[in-house]
Design a protein around this ligand. Sequence first.
Ligand SMILES: Nc1ncnc2c1ncn2[C@@H]1O[C@H](COP(=O)(O)OP(=O)(O)OP(=O)(O)O)[C@@H](O)[C@H]1O
Length: 487
Amino acid sequence: MPQAAPDLDVEQSQNAGATRNGAGIGPVSQIREEEVVLVLRATQEADGGYLVYSLVESAPSDGGKPFGLSVVHTPELPKDASVLKDLFFDQDDIPPAHLRRPREVHVVVSTRSGLRLAPDFYEDVLSPLLKTIGLEPTETDGSGYRVTVTKSSNTVRDFSRELGKDDKAGEKTVILLSGDGGVVDLLNGLDHASSPSHTPSPPTIALLPLGTGNALFHSLHKPHYSAPAPTPSPLVLGLRTLLNGTPSPLPTFKASFSPGAKLISAPVDHPDQHAATSGKDHEKETPVAHLVGAIVASYGFHASLVWESDTPAYRVHGDKRFGMAAAELLKVAHGYDATVEVRRRSGAAAGELTPLHPSRHGGDGGGGAAGEGKFNYVLATLVSNLEKTFSISPAGRPLDGRLRLVHFGDVGGDRTMEIMMAAYREGEHVGMQEVGYEEVEEVKVAIAEEDARWRKVCVDGSIVEVERGGWMKVQREDGERVKVLVG
Ligand SMILES: Nc1ncnc2c1ncn2[C@@H]1O[C@H](COP(=O)(O)OP(=O)(O)OP(=O)(O)O)[C@@H](O)[C@H]1O
């Protein structure tokens, strides 16, 4: 039975250095609309009124915990507070259908995602919030939710393989406290559990953005970021979507690789290792024939950056690690030797792409001069943003299911940097003359590099190294593998 009364003590509500009170009567002025995640009727309070739950966040520099759940008991809601009214749930409506029995709810806490805040977020925010709507963790029966805390890089995949074998996977909701890696692991664990005689029914996932880039989350919530200020934070939006969202099919693609391709992952426990080019002695390799993705498949600068920024020493810098590793990579300014074929519509013939390169070819955007058939950037994506403000594919709309290709030739390190910076300005790079941008059905990159350093491709943050002369083929999919909550 859901509890209307908050179960938060003052300490919890004062995490994040919040000065606002716990469950006492609080003036409406204490409520900041952009922080509110849930409003309930205060049925257990003698004088009625409302309980307003907010996520209070503070900068890490403020000391203490970076977030906490605060609750204010207010006699009435402000008349003009339409947001609060939208976040109001009647007792009969909690938990919402996607979190209510007979659905089985799982919470996955990815301990190494982003700045490693997922465990604290679970303890200090999610768990008390779920308790408020009548959900508690359990290990024994189906009445509560199950918690999986990652212990290794295989935990989410293992969890998802089990999920995929379950005929009732479609009746489960998985709350993921992770970055994009959690999503790709879940998709591929499910894929692994499928066979000619068994296709897992699509579970529903809810994303709480605790990774570094959180590309899928930011792309799904992009329309909210353009609302008039003050806009809710990503974590506030994540909690609102968790409670109020609608499950919708998540578009996916399949990336297939040439024989001999291997999935490689960096060591996570050697903080002394930092040089981007120093090699990764302890990297793990697993043969791979294909991966399922929902975000991005790339070759060139993007894939190299994801790989070379993934060291323990860079990871502690959060999303700044990309900028730091980029600076190193741009000094090298490698031109990637590859041919790229695209099929623009299903059934149409594939055509070869020419690396766009106006500065060395008279400004006409054409290429083809001897020795210049190289690429800096080949990236196919189903989303608009790879980070909150990095709009790699500005035409993308949440869940539009369109695969778009961004590419340019060997334009040199400085110009690559300028193009990337333009992507931070609402995706202005797609208007630059050396940048190609188009919708495709399929793209195949055949890599001619000798050095393994330049034979890495990226699928949703996972890195695959192909053999000499190897390739990656990316195809948009029509089926439905998971549903995702969208707000
Ligand atoms: N306890 C653990 N030990 C080792 N690896 C872990 C553990 N928990 C999670 N991981 C791995 O850490 C990585 C975290 O990836 P995730 O995408 O969630 O975060 P991120 O890379 O910081 O964010 P993003 O992909 O959004 O930029 C995943 O590869 C996951 O498998």
